[in-house]
Design a protein around this ligand. Structure first.
Ligand code: 5BU
Length: 347
């Protein structure tokens, strides 16, 4: 019988922090009904968001367009075309962290406790709201609302944003209901969400119309490719997704991609005077090469951020399943931040 080799972070398996390298190892390179939500502004005192940049950023004829990966998060926080992107980049620069915690636990109380401990280490908290086992003590909707309100309070307290990894994948009309309504009311509490490009531009339009009804900035990531082995993204699919993201219609909403390496960044061809900036977030990150036996592939922070120009590393079981999640999160934060510093120094 074939038994998959499991070498990366394992589900809630102990990882001894003392064995985790804080520097790159010498291992071979890893492969691895209309309702709108109006909320009061809850901007943290840490954040004094700059005003939106002009819609076009003129360049001298002689000026060369620089890839986003060579610029600092701080400079990008002043010019990023989306408000959600500017806020995130500013948090990253001020807290010195490009770590996103993927909180894939199913117990709501455990999640809140871990997020409280790990909040200082992260710029972003990624959720899968539909895997959480909410107690049937009150109506489910009330439990969910209470939970998401607590998450927002933690985000405010520790200055991070919330990303619901919903992976919308339907026609515009349907995703509007899924984003705004149902029991989760995702648009009311998640700063960022993501979507597949497979349905075509209507999915972006549908989500944007919901986001436009919300006072706080909302951002969308498109899936250009995935971290799992054999995924159908990348290549031509990624090129078409990038072309869709570049439409002027969603400037201010599509803030970046889920991808395994830097995407775009050299101007969009049609609008030669503009520089584009897509924030790339990357799952499948471990402290060493491996996989989880179910298709997940892990690469190191040095490869993902330093070599491949991604901006935010997304880490789940590597942190949540560790003996000491706070110590291990610090290792991920430190290595990912150093990889970023090395990258901008080279650029
Ligand atoms: P892990 O425990 O670090 O492997 O968790 C990765 C998380 O990122 C998990 O929540 C996935 O659903 C999520 N993910 C991913 O692994 N790969 C992808 O391409 C995308 C999301 Br999109």
């Amino acid at each position: 019988m074939f038994v998959a080799r499991q070498t990366g972070p394992q589900p809630y398996k102990k990882i001894c922090s003392s064995t985790i390298p804080t520097t790159p190892t010498n291992q071979p390179t890893p492969q691895f009904p209309s309702k709108t939500f109006h909320k009061k502004s809850t901007t943290s005192p840490l954040l004094h968001l700059p005003p939106p940049p002009p819609t076009t950023l003129p360049l001298n004829n002689n000026q060369t367009k620089m890839p986003s990966s060579t610029k600092t998060y701080e400079s990008r926080s002043k010019t990023h075309p989306t408000a959600a992107g500017r806020k995130l980049l500013q948090i990253m620069a001020q807290k010195r962290t490009n770590l996103c915690l993927s909180m894939d636990h199913t117990d709501p109380e455990k999640i809140l406790s871990l997020v409280h401990q790990l909040g200082p280490k992260i710029c972003l908290l990624k959720t899968h709201i539909d895997i959480i086992a909410f107690p049937p003590t009150t109506t489910t909707t009330t439990s969910i609302k209470s939970f998401t309100t607590k998450l927002q309070a933690l985000a405010q307290q520790h200055t991070f944003m919330i990303f619901e990894d919903r992976k919308f994948a339907d026609i515009g009309s349907t995703v509007q209901h899924q984003y705004r309504g149902g029991v989760y009311e995702i648009a009311s509490w998640a700063d960022i969400t993501n979507a597949h490009a497979i349905p075509g531009p209507g999915i972006i339009q549908g989500l944007k119309e919901v986001a436009d009804g919300i006072e706080e900035p909302r951002g969308l990531l498109l899936l250009a490719e995935m971290s799992s082995r054999g995924n159908l993204g990348g290549g031509e699919y990624q090129e078409k997704t990038l072309a869709m993201a570049r439409s002027r219609e969603w400037r201010g909403f599509v803030m970046g991609f889920i991808a395994m390496k830097e995407v775009g960044g050299g101007g969009d061809g049609e609008e030669e005077e503009e520089e584009e900036d897509f924030i790339v977030m990357t799952p499948g990150v471990g402290l060493r090469v491996g996989g989880d036996g179910l298709g997940q592939q892990y690469r190191t922070p040095e490869e993902v951020v330093g070599r491949d120009g991604c901006d935010v590393v997304i880490v789940g079981r590597g942190i949540v399943g560790a003996d000491d999640p706070v110590a291990v999160a610090e290792v991920y934060r430190e290595r990912s931040w150093r990889a970023y510093e090395g990258r901008i120094t080279k650029g």
